[in-house]
Design a protein around this ligand. Sequence first.
Ligand code: NAG
Length: 606
Amino acid sequence: MKTQTPPCRSKGSEMGMRGGSGTVWASLHIVVMVAATMIMSVSATPPADPIRCTSSGCTITNSYGAFPDRSTCKAGAVAYPTSEEELVWVVGNATKSKRKMKVATRFSHSIPKLVCPDGEEGLLVSTKYMTRIVRVDQEGMRMSVEGGVTLRQLIEEAAKVGMALPYAPYWWGLTIGGMLGTGAHGSSLWGKGSALHDYVEAMRIVIPGGPGDGYARIRTLDVNTKSTHAEMNAVKVSLGVLGVIAQVTLKLQPLFKRSLTYSIKGDSNLGEQAANFGNLHEFADIIWYPSQQKVVYRIDNRITLDASGNGLYNFIPFRATSSLTLALVRSTEELQESINDADGKCNGAKLISSTLETDAYGLTNNGIIFSGYPVIGYHNRLQSSGTCLDSPHDGLITACPWDPRVKGEFFHQTTFSIGLSMVRSFIEDIQQLVTLEPKALCGVELYNGILMRYVKASSAYLGKQEDAIDFDITYYRSKDPLSPRLYQDVLEEIEQMALFKYGALPHWGKNRNLAFDGAIKRYKKAQEFLKVKETYDPLGLFSSEWTDQVLGLKEGVSIVKDGCALEGLCICSQDAHCAPNKGYHCKPGKVYKEARVCTRTSVKAQ
Ligand SMILES: *[C@@H]1O[C@H](CO)[C@@H](O)[C@H](O)[C@H]1NC(C)=O
């Protein structure tokens, strides 16, 4: 049992009953104490709290335990408001002393360091206890929730009253505020598309204020109020730089059922099929295994409530997994990397994809067994999952596969969207690469291939600019930042091709540094976003060096140093950016010649 450390507090000063609102602060203080007790006293297997504090300050990380640049992110203190009133107080108190702030959540699943305040004295404002369902309007099919409500909670609470959020990310350990901050989405070209932010009807956001308003203000935005449209379009996807989202009202739909069938085909005509497939099925998506030349089409549509079936989607890679298995898988992968065993990876990929196929990826027809397609069930039981979040408190015998406390998955995720009209050409370019290097993408297939999800153009200033397919590519990351990965060059070429040949938009909550370099220029209304930022937070208290860089206000998204290309901190321009001592040199791409990638030249991978 660990010793009880005092909860997070401002360095050197007691979080006492000072300031404007004694009672508010007292209850807040209690929550801080309780939170600290909960974190410190159990060896929990659910994910650890990403925030850790000692008497000398706090650190925050993401759920994978590492940011793209592996920096440590520090803060002076954390506040856990439990209501909007407390939140206003917290933001006001910090604004008064011009203190930097960042919003943090219970799980912290964003990969880039959006949660890091500048310096070491900043304040983390956690929404961990802002998890209330505020209002349910069954007649108007609307639900108002606090910013820290998780997707899982939203889905469950909505279903209880016969309502549904039609489209959502597949991983439910995300908060409403976090999803809006990063533009998170599911997959659909139907209706308003798959992004959560396009179902927002109203919002309440707490922003810095002046002496006249106690240094904090609440802005109330509503789609039906014309005067707040610009603000709405900014706040809907905000990277967290505008303030703290206190409350969100979402437009929902009557609960429905779905019928889902996975259909496996060859990938020879994927380029032709991909764009249109999204028009054919409401919940369509595609998993692509390029080295196996195989595609899994998700044929998934809305059906009436009277259809029989009580299917459940408990996606296997999101389940609690035994630490022993995780360690074995990781060690195998590390070994394959160290001896350049491409065949080993390809065999492993085939085994994993055929196992997932046999187990229907975690689908069952009745919550217990899978007996065949179609799987028919209530939308709320099929739309998202993530049962590893409630792994038993078993001292890490099982955990989420990427839990940094166990030896398990450690990966990069390159995720971007490409306009529908260019998807075919992009896919065919990848296929050409696979023809040249047939084993190159087996490593991606070990992480269940390339997930392709549909997204629609949005009115959000930092939302998608056109209808698109979002490509999600997950691949091995070494614990050693200077260690290259097998077929590094092909992965880098795909990344650069997407971004620079096809003008792809990076997912704000994923990716490595280089993906954001210049990305803001591809947003037509970026200036409008910055105008709202200027009026909401003129001092930039919610901004950091990183968000300024991403928003194009500062240089330096790329970090140029020896080995920088290995971690996607830069695009190589000289061999030193790769790993020349290990035979990786900076070379042009094979299909997209303008790419500059770290290619293994001394010995050919066998
Ligand atoms: C209010 O802000 C000041 C200055 O940042 C800080 O020292 C103090 O601890 C804050 N009060 C509380 C109770 O957080």
